[in-house]
Design a protein. Structure first.
Length: 182
């Protein structure tokens, strides 16, 4: 993998997440509103954000994932992240993931950021398929995925065990040929 790719949209710079971003990451990951459908507990210390950033960067260096910090062009503060994990190069696919600080919800920010990484994934990472697993009650995420062209493929019953219960997930996917038609 070459150096970390910096992407730009009309309103954002998507860049590498650094340890200096840990306070912002902690701020919104300490919110139950953000972690409600996320596969981790709300943060209670900045060290947890530092560890998460290190994991994301280690996985990038091992060519297993890529996670961008979403920053407004007007300031260099991380307001969310998005990227690919579960990257399986020999099958040309990856899972997409994202989160955004609640005060930025409802402005089309994540749509703009995710569309940019989708373009990058198909054109630079040689992906053919992108997937997202979403809890059925996560209507915001489901609407976002449908808006950007992902299609629901089905429900995975009791797909994982989280917070002392089995949880279903809805699987969404976007194929490169579908993306190119839009």
């Amino acid at each position: 993998m070459p150096p970390f790719p910096v992407l730009e949209t009309e309103r954002f710079v998507l860049r590498e997440i650094k340890q200096e971003d840990s306070r912002e990451i902690f701020r919104y990951f300490s919110s139950d509103e953000v972690t409600k459908f996320y596969d981790l507990e709300s943060f209670t210390s900045v060290e947890q954000a530092e560890e998460l950033i290190q994991r994301w960067n280690d996985r990038f260096n091992q060519e297993q994932a890529i996670r961008w910090g979403i920053t407004l062009k007007s300031e260099n503060k991380v307001i969310g992240t998005c990227g690919f994990h579960g990257w399986v190069k020999n099958h040309y696919k990856a899972h997409i993931g994202y989160e955004l600080a609640p005060e930025y919800w409802g402005h089309g920010y994540m749509t703009e950021a995710v569309q940019q990484i989708i373009e990058f994934g198909f054109s630079h990472l040689a992906l053919n398929r992108m997937e997202a697993n979403v809890e059925p009650k996560n209507t915001g995420s489901r609407k976002l995925l449908e808006k950007i062209g992902f299609r629901e493929e089905g429900i995975l019953k009791e797909h994982y065990y989280w917070k002392n219960q089995f949880v279903d997930t809805v699987i969404y996917a976007l194929l490169k040929k579908q993306f190119l038609l839009n």
